[in-house]
Design a protein around this ligand. Structure first.
Ligand code: 4AZ
Length: 247
């Protein structure tokens, strides 16, 4: 996160840290969002390379410490959207689901530090202020050990597709957000798959997932997010068919 600040414990209790080990021995990380006790939403581009093992940590603030309220799981299923596509860095339908492996019969247990975010069934107007959060790259060029967050505003598709901004790259599986009058507040590499959450009637909704951009924090290049509202029936179908096939 560029231009962010340290998030207080329990402010983003749906925030997941994904530690991804690939078959060719590489390791990278991404963010994710807890939407059900056994299910985490993330970006498909995080899981593009064949993965060997994914560990999902919930309730984390500082990655350098073992924390009392952390809950750690292995992922047992990885489901990428079948229309996910990378066309020269523009990521279409950039969404995936991870199923957690229960520990002693339970997946995520709700606490002050671990909670689910709601799935949106609505579109919010441009100008709405929302949160982004993650352990990704900051303006110093390093990733952050502490969870950082920042406020960004939703930008209309028409504005974001203007030649000066993302020049018609966006389709309806994505939207952009940032502060056009105050560049430098943005998501970046390592924040991918993490949530853009917006508050409606006092509840937090996972309105977007960190997906792509042109650099980070650059003028007229707001970050691009997966439009979660477009995928709520896909999410419900995946979760339903997964629980059916097991019983
Ligand atoms: C990335 O490389 C990435 N500024 C993520 C988000 C943004 C740019 C790049 C948005 O994963």
């Amino acid at each position: 996160i560029y231009g962010g600040s340290k998030a207080t414990a329990g402010k983003h209790p749906w925030m997941a840290f994904l530690d991804i080990q690939t078959r060719d021995g590489k390791e990278h990380f991404c963010g994710g969002v807890l939407i059900k006790s056994c299910w985490v939403l993330t970006a498909a581009h995080c899981l593009e390379e064949p993965v060997k093992k994914i560990q999902v940590s919930l309730g984390k603030q500082n990655l350098q410490e073992k924390e009392d309220h952390e809950q750690i799981f292995d992922a047992v299923e990885v489901i990428l959207h079948d229309k996910y596509k990378d066309k020269g860095g523009v990521l279409y339908n950039d969404i995936a689901l991870l199923k957690l492996q229960p520990v002693d019969g339970y997946c995520a247990v709700e606490t002050k530090y671990v909670k689910t975010a709601c799935l949106p069934d609505f579109f919010l107007p441009a100008g709405t202020s929302c949160f982004i959060s993650g352990w990704g790259e900051t303006e110093t060029g390093d990733t952050s050990h502490h969870l950082l967050d920042a406020n960004v505003k939703l930008i209309s598709q028409k504005r974001c597709n203007e030649p000066k901004l993302h020049d018609n790259s966006l389709d309806d599986s994505m939207f952009c957000a940032g502060k056009l009058r105050k560049p430098g507040i943005d998501s970046c590499s390592g924040d991918s798959g993490g949530p853009l959450t917006c508050v409606k009637n006092g509840s937090y909704y996972v309105y977007g997932l960190v997906s792509w951009g042109e650099g980070c924090g650059l003028k007229n290049k707001p970050g691009v997010y997966t439009q979660v509202t477009k995928f709520t029936s896909w999410i419900k179908d995946v979760i339903q068919s997964s629980s059916k096939s097991r019983h």
